[in-house]
Design a protein. Structure first.
Length: 318
């Protein structure tokens, strides 16, 4: 299905160098902020206190957040847990001069002042060791995703496409992390899940373009590599608008109406989707071109002497 069909190929690769310079500068800035400011890690990574509180009526999460914030506690996460009457509260590590029990008691006093039915069901400490394990497991998950994508693309297409796609996808991931470091947004497990989702989402767009490039190499024998790539990107624009537009509408609804629990998750996805489109077109395709991708890399067999070079099926082996 196509909303529109562009009759003339857009010369994307003509300005590929300029756009990749912009990408490189943005990437370097993201790395700089990651090292200079670091990520604002949530309780899952840093350790802290978990409290499960039960109410007789459905709990108002915004009211609970305000009551806890009034105690001077920062970076507190409040969300429903199991049902609308149960609330899970994540708090940062206890400061010196106080204990976990004292902190929990202060919180419960504030919550009971707003609703006497508030009952503490459990309170436990998430130690720093658990946080370290989560960081290590997250990095392992990222590494496995990257390796899996490279192997898949190298088998399905060619190693040059695999290298180009991974560079483009890591470009997206680092920029997302750079945004979170620069603005000091909280980096939690849902955000980590969004980053991993962006990896898969971005590579899907790259695969669509790569597949069209391979098809074009079979069909158009008089076109050079740059023209082949321009045609591949132009012919998939309608599909890109439909797919990414529909996805972004759903993510935008989570961003606007999902509340504090889904806010940063949706924000990371929004940044990832926008940069994923950009990187698939101007980064992945351009790097593949600069690595010297050519017809012989993707098509087995050459055009024989007695074959018509204008025949779209000449010399092609699927």
């Amino acid at each position: 299905m196509e909303f529109f069909k562009i009759r003339r190929d857009i010369p994307f690769m003509r300005n590929a160098l300029l756009f990749n310079i912009v990408s490189f500068v943005t990437f370097v800035a993201a790395v700089f902020f990651l090292f200079s400011r670091g990520l604002h890690l949530s309780v899952e990574f840093t350790g802290g206190t978990l409290m499960e509180v039960s109410y007789s009526q459905p709990a108002d999460l915004n009211l609970v957040r305000n009551q806890v914030a009034a105690l001077g506690l920062e970076d507190v996460q409040v969300q429903h847990f199991g049902s609308a009457q149960d609330v899970l509260i994540r708090m940062p590590p206890v400061k010196k001069g106080s204990t976990t029990d004292q902190q929990s008691e202060r919180v419960m006093t504030a919550l009971k002042a707003g609703d006497a039915s508030a009952t503490l069901k459990r309170s436990e400490v998430v130690g720093a060791q658990v946080g370290d394990e989560l960081v290590i497991d997250g990095l392992k998950a990222l590494a496995f995703v990257v390796i899996g994508i490279m192997v898949y693309l190298a088998i399905r297409f060619e190693w040059k496409f695999a290298v180009a796609a991974i560079i483009a996808n890591l470009h997206d991931v680092i920029i997302i992390l750079g945004f979170f470091a620069f603005f000091g947004w909280e980096f939690s497990l849902p955000v980590l899940a969004a980053v991993l989702a962006v990896l898969g989402y971005s590579v899907n767009e790259s695969v669509v373009i790569f597949d069209r490039i391979r098809e074009n190499f079979r069909r158009y024998r008089k076109m050079n590599t740059e023209e082949i790539i321009d045609n591949a990107i132009t012919s998939t624009i309608s599909r890109t608008i439909i797919t990414h537009g529909a996805t972004q509408m759903m993510v935008l609804s989570m961003l606007l109406f999902g509340g504090a629990t889904l806010h940063y998750f949706a924000l990371a996805l929004t940044i990832g989707i926008l940069f994923g489109i950009y990187s698939s077109v101007f980064v992945a395709a351009a790097i593949a071109m600069w690595l010297g991708i050519q017809r012989e890399d993707l098509i087995k067999g050459a055009v024989k002497k007695d074959e018509d070079p204008n025949d779209p099926n000449a010399g092609a082996a699927v």
